[in-house]
Ligand binder design. Structure first.
Ligand code: NDP
Ligand code: 8X3
Length: 261
């Protein structure tokens, strides 16, 4: 029987790439998100390409009742979940604390923290009962160091960092691995969402930095999920070559190349 992975926020970016990576590796997949058309498209493509089973669950992670109903329903169809990837998340806006839009703050807190908790609260008991499993939390370099105008987004990712540690402690007796993957700048739909559809501003974020790609994070998720049973990577931070921290980076043009240019 194939292993099973549940990935939240799999309609684009990291989540989608992780779905394809694990499907290719022979996992049955459960993908979630709010955009049902995309979920259906991905399901069709993965089933055709890799012959594994794909379950789609369309819900908003901010809505506790929707999360509970969808994941209770899932439990009626699958006997176990081997891996949960808590990935669904976003940044909304960028502003100083005195000018920030409170609606943006609520969206980020409700999605990145409360949504992650609602999902985990449904799946952790299942993993406890099966005495094993792996929770992979997608944090960020923004949860390691605060940057200007990042205030509330950073706070949510610091929260994910705290929850990642807490989950590992709480779930230790049940052989459940808990890993945070903390990416730096990655070109997905992240900035398009943050800047509310302003494609030019979003594109500009990644100008001449050779950013991380969604597939890089999928490769890392595959690596951390396929270590020997007695090993658990607790916390992994990854940036592109032009980024040192969430506040310091350079352009590709500034990087000294092996030929001295
Ligand atoms: P994308 O915008 O490409 O993907 C975000 C995913 O989250 C989408 O599938 C979206 O699905 C889902 N999502 C967002 N809000 C909700 C919601 N309320 N309910 C259900 N699903 C939701 O961005 P990324 O792939 O880059 O982001 C994935 C994670 O990685 C996020 O947690 C982000 O904070 C984190 N991250 C991103 C970095 C980057 O630079 N790109 C770096 C570090 C961390 P849908 O819209 O269909 O609901
Ligand atoms: C996303 C990376 O640097 O835009 O978490 O906050 S950053």
């Amino acid at each position: 029987m194939n292993k099973k992975i549940l990935i939240t926020g799999a309609t684009s970016g990291f989540g989608k790439a992780i779905a394809y990576k694990f499907a290719k590796g022979g996992y049955d997949i459960c993908i979630t998100g709010r955009r049902e058309d995309r979920l259906k498209e991905i399901k069709e493509e993965i089933e055709k390409e890799y012959g594994v089973k794909v379950i789609t669950l369309c819900f908003d992670v901010r809505n506790r009742k929707q999360v509970e109903a969808a994941l209770q329903g899932l439990k009626a169809h699958v006997d176990r979940i081997d891996i949960l990837v808590n990935n669904a998340g976003l940044a909304s806006g960028m502003a100083t604390i005195d000018e920030g839009d409170i609606d943006d703050w609520e969206v980020m807190i409700d999605t990145n923290l409360k949504g992650l908790l609602y999902v985990t609260r449904q799946i952790a008991p299942m993993m406890r009962a099966q005495a094993g499993g792996h929770i992979i939390n997608i944090g960020s370099t923004a949860g390691k160091m605060v940057y200007k105008n990042g205030n509330v987004y950073c706070a949510t990712k610091y929260g994910v960092e705290a929850l990642n540690q807490a989950m590992r402690i709480d779930l230790l007796p049940y052989g459940i691995k808990v890993t945070a993957i903390n990416p730096g700048m990655a070109e997905t739909e992240f900035s398009l969402v943050r800047f509310k559809g302003d494609a030019e501003r979003a594109k500009n974020v990644y100008n001449d930095i050779n950013p991380l790609r969604a597939e890089d994070i999928a490769d890392i998720a595959w690596y951390v999920a396929n270590l020997p049973p007695h090993l658990c990577i607790n916390d992994l931070t990854v940036t592109c070559l032009t980024q040192a921290t969430s506040v310091y980076g350079i352009k590709e043009a500034e990087r000294v190349k092996p030929d001295g240019k």
